[in-house]
Design a protein around this ligand. Structure first.
Ligand SMILES: NC(=O)C1=CN([C@@H]2O[C@H](COP(=O)(O)OP(=O)(O)OC[C@H]3O[C@@H](n4cnc5c(N)ncnc54)[C@H](OP(=O)(O)O)[C@@H]3O)[C@@H](O)[C@H]2O)C=CC1
Ligand SMILES: C=C(O[C@H]1[C@H](O)[C@@H](CO)O[C@H](OP(=O)(O)OP(=O)(O)OC[C@H]2O[C@@H](n3ccc(=O)[nH]c3=O)[C@H](O)[C@@H]2O)[C@@H]1NC(C)=O)C(=O)O
Length: 337
């Protein structure tokens, strides 16, 4: 465990960051409103680069000063500690999109999935309808290959724009393996101290997987995606049907982080949790949704600790009942599950 950086060091970095063009930076900035759970304490340093150049400069500065940080996208899949965290790099300023051919777009990590789906409807482009209603950013979605029943965002990606303190580079799709809630990037140019083979960087969004640690943090800065020409009405109808199903089956009106657990191969997590009789179970202000058991909702000013306690209890109960250990899909900052 690293020593917490001193306030003086943070002041120094804050001043230096202020000197980099196209960066927003704040001290002691509350994070709860940046998450769909509406939970979380302050970031001692909140940094939002507005361009890829600014992102790289910022990563260099953080690396030189050995400051560890968390990456925040749309905040839709994260539990942030009630006590806050040291440093958050918010990617939502990287929200550009540009057309690079018919149905082909270059899109920044911070661009929201909602806007991507809206743009595909407007232009009669098919491919991302299944992402309708999924919150979060393109970068966050790619990092965990988010998706629904028939599509995951990895299916649309042709290239990834990767950034670290050394710069950026485009990685072709062939060098990226997407799986269920998983994105594995093969990047020979990245000088990872964590990887013994030095040829493969794992960005598996899996429980306990923290290969993205200090000084070797790899960030998805953007992507090129490919959609197919269709007709506006057809794309719109498909999007509406997906949204409709989501509204019927998911507690969208309440703050949450979507599904808490990945689906085990055997049986969907929601079904297991319901069969264990856990719908409605509460810890403090957090509750297992009665509408969809794989959602935990912030019922009444829940704290991160309430959610963590509830996750632990649900895992224990499901294990006791079915001998299945549920694996969290949700990510954490400053707390452990
Ligand atoms: N199917 C559904 O209905 C739902 C799906 N989700 C999916 O979860 C995804 C989470 O996205 P979002 O809200 O933007 O992410 P978050 O802000 O919730 O970040 C979650 C984690 O994703 C990683 N991450 C985010 N952005 C990047 C990036 N640019 N590069 C590398 N890693 C990144 C970080 O992991 P680390 O700390 O390990 O680096 C971070 O802790 C959403 O896009 C959404 O699709 C969420 C809710 C519901
Ligand atoms: C919400 C998320 O993604 C969702 C995504 O929105 C939907 C729709 O495509 O499909 C997945 O949910 P899911 O597997 O729970 O899908 P659902 O169709 O709602 O449920 C699967 C099965 O479980 C049953 N089910 C679900 C919830 C419940 O309380 N009880 C129950 O019995 C349903 O009846 C169904 O037979 C993704 N979840 C995971 C962990 O893969 C997320 O990642 O955060």
């Amino acid at each position: 465990m690293n020593k917490r950086p001193s306030r003086q060091l943070f002041e120094k970095i804050y001043t230096q960051l202020k000197g980099i063009p196209d960066i927003w930076v704040k001290r002691d900035s509350n994070l709860s409103s940046l998450t769909t759970f509406k939970i979380g304490g302050d970031a001692r340093l909140w940094i939002a680069p507005l361009s890829v150049d600014a992102l790289v400069s910022c990563l260099g500065l953080l690396k030189d000063n050995e400051i560890d940080f968390h990456i925040l996208g749309g905040g839709s899949n994260v539990i942030i500690s009630d006590h806050g965290v040291d440093c958050v790099l918010d990617t939502r300023g990287l929200a550009w999109i540009k057309s690079i051919g018919e149905g082909q777009y270059e899109v920044g990590a911070g661009f929201s999935l909602k806007r991507l789906v809206a743009l595909s409807v407007k232009n009669g482009l098919s491919g991302c309808e299944g992402l309708a209603g999924i919150p979060g950013s393109v970068g966050g979605a790619i990092a965990m290959n988010a998706g629904g029943k028939n599509v995951a965002i990895g299916d649309l990606v042709t290239h990834l724009l990767i950034a670290d303190s050394g710069g950026t580079r485009w990685i072709p799709r062939e060098k990226v393996q997407f799986g269920y809630r998983k994105c594995v990037i093969e990047d020979r140019s990245f000088n990872s101290t964590l990887n013994t083979q030095n040829s493969k960087l794992l960005m598996e969004r899996s429980f306990n997987s923290t290969l993205n640690t200090q000084n070797s943090k790899l960030i998805i800065a953007g992507a090129r995606i490919s959609l197919q020409k269709s007709r506006e009405r057809i794309v719109r109808d498909y999007v509406l049907s997906i949204m409709d199903r989501r509204k019927k089956t998911q507690p969208l009106g309440k703050p949450s982080a979507g599904c808490i657990f990945k689906n085990p191969r055997s049986t969907p997590a929601g079904k297991l949790i319901e069969m264990a009789g856990l719908k409605g179970m509460q810890c403090g202000g957090a509750a297992v949704s009665v509408k969809h058991a794989n959602f935990i909702v912030n019922l009444d000013r829940a704290r991160a600790q309430d959610v963590v306690d509830l996750i632990k209890r649900v895992r224990e109960k499901v294990f006791e009942n079915f001998n299945v250990l549920l694996e969290p899909e949700v990510k954490t900052m400053g707390v452990s599950l």
